[in-house]
Design a protein around this ligand. Structure first.
Ligand code: ASP
Length: 912
């Protein structure tokens, strides 16, 4: 009896435990009874590895859960289908939902994307997407979380970083098309203009013709391509065809839209000089990744296609992370409400709201999945470090806080990390490249990549074929000062080198995200070993790269369009003095003459006794006419007939002579220049002239040190100039020096260019010889050979530079490229020639004055003769009249008769 009682108690106990305790025990207990079903929809062709990854994740997870007796067990309803077949896709989704699933994981194509979205929205069914079909612009799909991070923003940032203005976008799916459109919009919104040619690949296995067509179409020396393909395999196939069409040479830049660079074999691209960049999401130095990959590499690939490798493809890694995200989301739900799934399972089958088995599509109205909304909230809360980095979703279900490594393959270097891009912070500062090489100037070095910039006369592309008629290749394609300088350096460094003109055509400026453009960027990213370019040494740059001692001293200067030459006019001899000065001289002359007259008239010492015929007369020399004549004689440096007798008169005379001495010598000193030089009247002579006017616009090269100089200058004039330049409309900045010079030439004198003196002098010496350097130097700077921080080349290059300065090599190169190749003769530059002989036209005005004087003299002479005749006749008449009326003829001195006319004579009657 007691045994029976014991048995009953035991059964009751077991029932209590089963009914009460088990649900309280949470998911561990639940999972054993009911594996959680998850639907999976994969593309038959594209998702072989995705499927492997997903199945492998489920199997390893379940194995662990079973071994530990803890955690959920998963079970998948998996279908392979053609994701482009929307009908098949819809019916498969329906089937899977009707069977009862918690969520979907899988790929959609453009065709099936809307269907997947419609189903998941209608039935509140979470969809974990491993593709972006149509979602490059991140639209809001309430029941979708995207496990695949977006790469479009990173691509846009890199395009800006490289400064590409033109590129060919090669893609093989509508997803790619959406992506490039999104990138275009993104760049447009950032006011970055780029010319994109879209190129759809019909068949990735045969892209030769398409590549050749794109190559031919682009006549520029720099060819930029973005390749955006739907599978990793497609990348492999297309990349393998690039060398076959010879597009793996220097000057070709490829940006791959893949985030899985590690699984591509890029080693063979090390030799042609091509530049290939892409992204890497999986971080193989992470211990968790390493541990996973160790297990993954031991898996049998015949059973698990795509596995058994020490690299895991991104699609497989995403599947692993997708399952982990799903597990964590469910875990969160259970933690919040331990019996959340209690009523979901009946005999291991999923029931929805106790109404339907599974979530069938046919119910009208639709009965939404009871756990959908909470599960979506739970997804957005999870955060963990998975194989694909940090997994965390934003409010709209897209990955956030993830990081992509930027991986580049360039000449002589296999794939190496050149930077990082972070979803929230954008492009991060490139890593400082520190290469430890022993300082040894006798050891031949391997090939050095030398970055430079195509700017005259430093580096130019040679025109035409070589001497043998064959097209030029390698470094022979270039010429210029920097090419020659590099050849000279070769002797010191004993190196082979490859000249690489910088992709973005910039000298180098720092972007807000801390990265550098141009030549400086090349050094920072480790894409070049040194830069031999007209690169100005600045404090900012010295912070991030090293400079050897300057090889050329320069200054910021102004270039304007050369004004038409002004021939000296016939009255050029008037020009040494300004009009006001001439006026002052005339006033001085009149004043002095009048004062001399007055002094003479009133000073008793000016009067002297003289005998005049029978009389003694008291006479003074300086009547008004004589006074003017006296001053004129002195002014013309002629000796004087009259001499002041009084002290006052002599003081005036002395002062006037001294005045005349100085005036005449100053005039003579200036005269030659004004008569002989064909002068140019420059509208602008100084920076102040520029700053204080608005008629002539002025600008400079963007992305260089000149811009930085104005941007940071504390000098009020330069600050004022900068304030104008940064807001000027249309923009006054130019991309290259050449563009700036052309703008000066085309703008009819209405644009001045702030340019470094070396280039200023060069262009002024080039046809059509219509530019001129004006004003003084704004600041003094130097060009230096640059290299990455810590480079061991610095010492030897400094030594070589000093040596080349001392032995005249640098001077010789400068003469060769600036003066021997000059096209404008010596009458150019900013100095004007003054070696010219005088022609008649230079001094014609003097002749005019002489002729005028002669004519005037003749006219006045005639007037005098006439007046004198009239006067003599009158005097004769008077004498005759008197003779007739007087009995005593008193002898009348003629002086008396003409009394009043013959001033300054005073007649003293002789006492008889
Ligand atoms: N040589 C300058 C530089 O290195 C170019 C310029 O800004 O004029 O940036």
């Amino acid at each position: 009896m007691s045994l029976w009682w014991l048995l009953v108690v035991l059964v009751v106990w077991i029932l209590v435990v089963a009914l009460v305790v088990a649900p309280l025990a949470g998911p561990a207990a639940l999972s054993y009874q009911a594996p959680i079903p998850i639907g999976a929809l994969f593309d038959t062709h594209k998702d072989v590895v995705t499927r492997t990854g997903f199945m492998y994740a489920i199997s390893t997870h379940n194995g662990q859960a079973r071994r530990s007796g803890q955690g959920m067990i998963f079970h998948t309803e998996l279908d392979d289908l053609d994701t482009d077949d929307s009908f098949k896709f819809a019916s498969t989704m329906c089937q899977q939902m009707a069977g009862g699933i918690f969520a979907f994981y899988g790929r959609t194509s453009m065709a099936s994307h809307q269907i997947a979205q419609a189903f998941s929205r209608e039935f509140n069914m979470p969809f974990i997407a491993m593709s972006h079909a149509g979602s490059a612009s991140k639209p809001d799909h309430p029941y979708t979380v995207s496990i695949l991070p977006h790469v479009a923003d990173a691509i846009a940032d890199l395009i800006r970083h490289y400064g590409w203005s033109r590129l060919d976008y090669i893609y093989d799916s509508y997803e790619g098309l959406y992506q490039v459109q999104y990138i275009h919009t993104l760049l447009n919104n950032l006011s970055y203009s780029v010319d994109i040619t879209y190129s759809w690949l019909d068949d990735v296995n045969h892209v030769h013709d398409e590549l050749r067509r794109l190559d031919k179409q682009n006549t520029r020396s720099e060819k930029n391509f973005i390749i955006d393909l739907s599978t990793q395999n497609a990348y492999r196939v297309v990349l393998s065809q690039i060398p076959e069409v010879g597009m793996n040479r220097m000057g070709y830049n490829y940006l791959l839209a893949t985030m899985d660079m590690a699984t591509l074999d890029l080693q063979r691209f090390r030799h042609g000089g091509v530049n290939i960049t892409g992204f890497q999401l999986i971080n193989y130095s992470d211990p968790y990744v390493q541990e996973f990959v160790r297990a993954w590499s031991t898996v049998e690939p015949t059973v698990w296609p795509g596995a058994g490798n020490n690299k895991i493809e991104l699609a497989a890694a995403l599947s692993v992370d997708a399952l982990e995200a799903f597990r964590r989301a469910l875990d969160n739900m259970v933690k919040r409400q331990h019996n959340v799934f209690l009523s979901t399972f009946r005999r291991g089958v999923v029931y929805n709201r106790n109404l339907t088995q599974g979530i069938p599509c046919y119910t009208r109205p639709a009965i939404p999945w009871m756990h959908g909304p909470v599960m979506m909230l739970a997804f957005k809360e999870i955060t963990f470090d998975g194989l694909t980095g940090h997994v965390n979703f934003d409010g709209r279900g897209y990955r956030k806080n993830y990081k992509l490594d930027i991986v580049t393959v360039s000449l002589d270097k296999g794939p190496h990390k050149t930077g990082e891009w972070h979803s929230e912070r954008g492009l991060l500062q490139e890593m400082t490249v520190r290469r430890q090489r022993p300082v040894n100037n006798t050891r031949p070095r391997s090939v050095q990549v030398i970055s430079s910039i195509l700017t005259k006369p430093f580096l130019m592309v040679k025109k035409g074929p070589g001497p043998s008629g064959k097209p030029l290749t390698g470094n022979n394609r270039y010429e210029g000062y920097c090419k020659d300088l590099t050849d000279e350096l070769q002797g010191y460094l004993r190196m082979d080198y490859v000249l690489k003109p910088v992709n973005d055509g910039e000298f180098g400026k720092e972007l807000p995200n801390g990265t550098w453009t141009g030549v400086v960027g090349d050094l920072r990213r480790g894409e070049a070993d040194m830069a031999v370019a007209p690169l100005t040494i600045t404090a900012d740059r010295e912070r991030v790269i090293d400079f050897a001692k300057p090889f050329m001293n320069i200054a910021i200067s102004m270039m304007i369009k050369r004004p038409e030459k002004q021939k000296p006019g016939v009255f050029a001899f008037m020009e040494p003095f300004s009009i006001p000065l001439w006026s002052c001289i005339v006033i001085a002359y009149v004043t002095v003459s009048v004062v001399v007259y007055l002094v003479s008239k009133f000073s008793p010492y000016e009067w002297s006794n003289r005998s005049y015929r029978y009389d003694r007369v008291v006479k003074y020399d300086f009547n008004l006419g004589n006074s003017f004549w006296f001053s004129m004689e002195a002014l013309m440096l002629q000796g004087s007939d009259h001499c002041p007798r009084s002290v006052a008169g002599r003081v005036i005379g002395g002062a006037w002579w001294f005045f005349v001495l100085i005036v005449i010598t100053s005039y003579t000193a200036n005269l030659a220049a004004f008569l002989t030089v064909e002068r140019m009247l420059h509208p602008i002579e100084t920076a102040d002239d520029l700053a204080t006017q608005t008629e002539i616009t002025y600008g400079l090269v963007d992305g260089g040190s000149t811009r930085k100089f104005f941007e940071t200058s504390q000098v009020p004039t330069y600050q004022r100039m900068w304030n104008y330049m940064k807001t000027a409309q249309p923009p006054v900045f130019v991309k290259t020096v050449e563009e700036g010079v052309q703008r000066v030439r085309d703008s009819k004198g209405k644009y001045a260019f702030l340019i470094e003196s070396s280039m200023n002098n060069y262009y002024n010496n080039r046809k059509p010889c219509d530019t001129a350097r004006v004003g003084g130097d704004l600041n003094l700077e130097g060009f230096g050979i640059a290299m990455p921080h810590g480079s061991d080349l610095k010492e030897i290059i400094t030594y070589a530079t000093l040596k080349m300065k001392e032995d005249g090599t640098l001077h010789r190169l400068e003469t060769k490229w600036w003066y021997e190749k000059g096209e404008c003769g010596s009458n150019t530059g900013h100095r004007e020639s003054n070696k010219r002989s005088l022609s008649l036209s230079n001094v014609a005005g003097v002749f005019y004055i002489l002729i005028t004087g002669l004519v005037l003299a003749i006219v006045l002479g005639l007037v005098e003769i006439y007046l004198n005749k009239r006067y003599s006749a009158k005097a004769q008449e008077q004498i005759m009249a008197r003779t007739r009326t007087q009995t005593t003829i008193a002898e009348t001195p003629p002086a008396e008769q003409i009394n009043g006319l013959l001033e300054p004579y005073k007649i003293l009657r002789h006492p008889r």
